[in-house]
Design a protein around this ligand. Structure first.
Ligand SMILES: NC(=O)c1ccc[n+]([C@@H]2O[C@H](COP(=O)([O-])OP(=O)(O)OC[C@H]3O[C@@H](n4cnc5c(N)ncnc54)[C@H](OP(=O)(O)O)[C@@H]3O)[C@@H](O)[C@H]2O)c1
Length: 377
């Protein structure tokens, strides 16, 4: 049994910060979280508190009083094993060309994205445990020249260089500067106002790479979250489970709202993934320890069947198993009598999946994250 680890994640009320907090909560990490909006932060705290110890402080990372409150909370928690500087400002939207960029606005972007992360590290240095890990969330906009992205991109470039020098100055820490890749979040929508961004992967797809940096043995440096090997990102017992990483019991339900009330509100299961506003049908994944329950309405179940098993519907219960390799797991299942009901497909929800039927008729969806593909690829 390893001791519980403690982490500060800034900007954890939604998007990538919340997705990372959810993952670490299920691993038993103690969480210190912030964001400016109190309501959303409290909702996140209440959800995560079902799984772990959470301290959530509303405030702006650019405010020194708020940073001091985070220091006091970190001390109260017995120190930090890791800090994730994730809170970030996009700047003006729509993104203006540099020659029209408000200089006050630019200063604001740099205050949040560059000065505040360093200020936090300066304030928290005394609370960091030996070998602490620092993750500074940057962006490809910090290294590529995308028109309109000059203000935000320059701030991320500055954060990258600051991280690089910090890694050289503090060899006892692991300092990572990490590009999470495009993600379907509020910030991304603000960068593309009025555009359909539903083909971008959810932030959960970038989380295993961040977990690898927090739990693995990689040296300080620049990483792309979705390119990282994910050996250490697996739950500790995955190796003993034949390579299967998650059991997701996918239940097709007649009355979605009643089922939501029963499982989420009645049992108090925290929401892990929420697709209840999808155009193809409603579904939601609730955390349930090492397993999860996915509730789908008939439309969403029919849509999933149409992709994975066009000739045969799953019925009310289907096992959905995340595997390290769909192909290998499929071969193993077929060797034991399972029958494939379709080819391996790239799904619009960013997985490689294959549906199989067991000899006694139960459908199994094997899936693995597939961030390189999304709808239309
Ligand atoms: N989304 C993408 O495609 C993408 C691509 C590359 C890199 N990134 C980077 O990934 C990270 C996460 O972005 P995201 O897309 O998840 O953004 P998001 O959904 O907009 O979430 C940002 C989070 O940070 C909080 N926040 C913003 N400013 C803050 C401040 N000054 N003080 C404290 N909290 C603050 C927000 O809550 P409040 O607004 O309530 O404070 C929210 O919880 C950022 O560093 C971003 O630059 C994103």
């Amino acid at each position: 049994m390893t001791r519980s680890q403690t982490i500060l994640i800034t900007g954890a009320s939604r998007g990538l910060g919340l997705a990372l907090a959810r993952d670490l909560a299920h691993r038993g990490w103690t969480l210190l979280l912030d964001a400016r909006g109190e309501e959303a932060l409290e909702a996140a705290r209440a959800e995560l508190a079902h799984s772990t110890r959470v301290v959530a402080l509303a405030g702006d990372v650019t405010d020194s009083w708020h940073r001091e409150a985070l220091v006091a909370a970190a001390r109260e928690l017995g120190g930090l094993d890791a800090i994730v500087n994730n809170a970030s400002a996009l700047g003006t939207s729509p993104l203006p060309p540099l020659l029209n960029y408000s200089l006050d606005g630019l200063e604001g972007v740099f205050r949040t994205n560059v000065v505040a992360p360093l200020a936090l590290l300066q304030s928290l240095r005394g609370e960091l445990k030996p070998g602490a890990r620092i993750l500074n969330i940057t962006s490809d906009a910090g290294v590529e020249a995308y028109p309109g992205w000059g203000g935000y991109g320059a701030s991320k470039a500055a954060l990258e260089q600051l991280s690089h020098v910090l890694a050289a100055e503090q060899p006892d820490w692991r300092v990572y500067w990490v590009d999470p890749g495009d993600m379907r979040t509020q910030m991304h929508q603000e960068a593309y106002p009025g555009e359909d961004i539903s083909d971008r992967p959810l932030p959960e797809v970038s989380v295993p790479g961040l977990v690898e940096l927090l739990t693995g043995d990689l040296p300080s440096g620049r990483y792309q979250a979705r390119d990282l090997p994910q050996s250490a990102a697996q739950p500790a017992d995955a190796a003993q489970a034949g390579g299967v990483k998650e059991l997701r019991l996918a239940l097709t339900v007649e009355d979605f709202d009643a089922a939501l009330a029963l499982y989420r509100d009645g049992l108090g299961l925290p929401t892990l993934h929420d697709w209840t506003d999808s155009e193809t049908g409603r579904s939601i994944v609730l955390a349930a320890g090492v397993g999860t329950i996915e509730l789908l309405d008939r439309a969403d179940a029919a849509y999933t069947d149409s992709i994975e098993s066009p000739a045969q519907a799953a019925g009310p219960v289907r096992l959905a198993l995340e595997a390290a390799s769909v192909d290998e797991a499929s071969s193993r299942l077929q060797a034991h009598g399972a029958e494939p009901l379709g080819e391996v497909v790239h799904t619009s929800w960013s997985t490689r999946s294959q549906r199989l039927r067991t000899p006694d008729g139960l459908h199994i969806s094997l899936y693995q994250p597939d961030p390189g593909h999304s709808a239309g690829d």
